[in-house]
Design a protein around this ligand. Structure first.
Ligand SMILES: Cc1cc2nc3c(=O)[nH]c(=O)nc-3n(C[C@H](O)[C@H](O)[C@H](O)COP(=O)(O)OP(=O)(O)OC[C@H]3O[C@@H](n4cnc5c(N)ncnc54)[C@H](O)[C@@H]3O)c2cc1C
Length: 351
């Protein structure tokens, strides 16, 4: 049966934009479907490790423009262990990028369009049929539509419809991350501050300057969800008591999930990338870079495989990321305050 597209990508976050950009540059007729409108909001800290800059240039063919960067666009990483500020400090040579996530994602989608992909926003995918290829139903501005393709990439995030439809039995454990945007009286802290202490949060608590405000966050398992907002209250107090910041009014409060350990790299011949595949660092909550990398690998596997199934190539290509995520998940499950203390001491002692 003739297909309209070589590839349909569901979801236009970092993973989907990367897959679409790489596929389109190679000449594949690529359709990207994103349910959100322009500047769709995604709850996120918007922190990228330095090496992401190079990756973005490689995948999207351009460097990040100033309009996607937060006012304090370059940050250092500061760790505090459970024993407190006295034993914390800046990680030597650390350099992090601080982006405005909504603008960042839109720029990535625009780059995919410039590369030649057809990008449809306000296009919510509702169903997928597998019939030798893929038939995707979606609605766009009240109109029900359908598109067909030989290949499919599921880049639709932690609650992925592609994964739920094509691998209904796959387990998808999640971690919840709560965030508050808070006014600060006086000076904003200058670092990305990551605080480890069981009394504050079972995983991590962080603060990041964003515009003239401070974003503070905390992560929990789904079972601990009722403690998410109390954890942010405890962390707010901690920031004040430790003279990190004098907090004012809460401007915004939100929560969203990240994958926590369980992976599903493909389903019924479709390739899953980023959060949809479970590829997010459970130790730090970092997922943007892994989404871009896996999106790139998915597109490259599709290009390389031609008429063959791209699944084996993709599994091979993404194995390094998948193993790292699995290893960090095992670490997180066995981590207590003693282990966190040692982790911070080792990070700060690094030459
Ligand atoms: C509170 C919080 C803070 C975080 N902070 C950081 C951080 O500082 N640094 C970092 O690296 N990572 C961070 N992460 C993780 C990071 O946000 C994710 O790992 C990353 O966004 C994954 O990218 P993705 O492209 O796989 O999925 P997403 O960014 O979730 O993109 C999926 C896209 O698919 C679209 N979509 C979903 N369903 C459909 C559908 N049915 N039809 C069409 N489109 C659909 C969505 O609208 C979305 O645009 C944080 C996560 C949370 C929750």
């Amino acid at each position: 049966m003739p297909r309209e597209w070589d590839l349909i990508v569901v979801g236009g976050g970092p993973g989907g934009a990367a897959a679409a950009a790489v596929a389109a540059v190679a000449g594949l007729e690529t359709l990207l479907l994103e349910r959100g409108g322009t500047l769709r909001h995604k709850p996120c800290g918007g922190i990228l490790p330095e090496i992401t800059e190079e990756l973005i240039e490689e995948v999207f063919g351009a460097t990040l423009p100033p309009e996607v960067l937060a006012e304090q666009w370059e940050l250092r990483l500061r760790y505090t262990p459970p024993s407190g500020e006295a034993n914390g400090g800046r990680v030597r040579e650390s350099r992090l990028l601080n982006v405005k996530r909504d603008h960042f994602d839109q720029w990535l989608r625009d780059r995919a369009a410039l590369a030649g992909a057809t990008v449809r926003q306000n296009a919510r995918v509702s169903d997928i049929d597998v019939d030798g290829g893929f038939s995707v139903s979606y609605s766009q501005r009240g109109e029900e539509r359908r598109a067909t393709a030989a290949r499919l990439v599921g880049a639709d995030g932690v609650h992925s419809l592609v994964r739920r439809r094509l691998a209904p039995d796959a387990v998808a454990t999640k971690m919840l991350v709560g965030q508050r945007l808070v006014q600060v009286v006086g000076e904003l802290p200058a670092d990305f501050h990551c605080v480890f202490a069981g009394v504050l949060s079972p995983f991590y608590a962080y603060s990041v300057p964003k515009g003239g405000l401070l974003k503070i966050g905390s992560g929990m398992t789904e079972e601990e969800r009722t403690d998410l907002m109390p954890s942010l209250d405890r962390f707010s107090k901690w920031l004040e008591q430790n003279d990190v910041a004098d907090l004012g009014k809460v401007v915004q409060q939100e929560g969203w999930a990240i994958p926590f350990g369980e992976q599903q790299l493909d389903a019924a011949g479709a390739l899953l990338v980023g959060d949809a595949a479970g590829l997010c660092n459970p130790l730090s909550g970092e997922g943007i870079r892994l989404a871009i990398e896996s999106g790139q690998l998915a597109a490259e596997s599709i290009i390389e495989a031609g008429a063959r199934s791209p699944v084996p190539d993709y599994r091979d290509g993404v194995a390094g990321i998948a193993q790292m995520v699995a290893a960090l998940h095992r670490v997180v499950l066995t981590t207590d305050d003693d282990a966190r203390e040692q982790f911070v001491a080792a990070e700060l002692a690094r030459p």
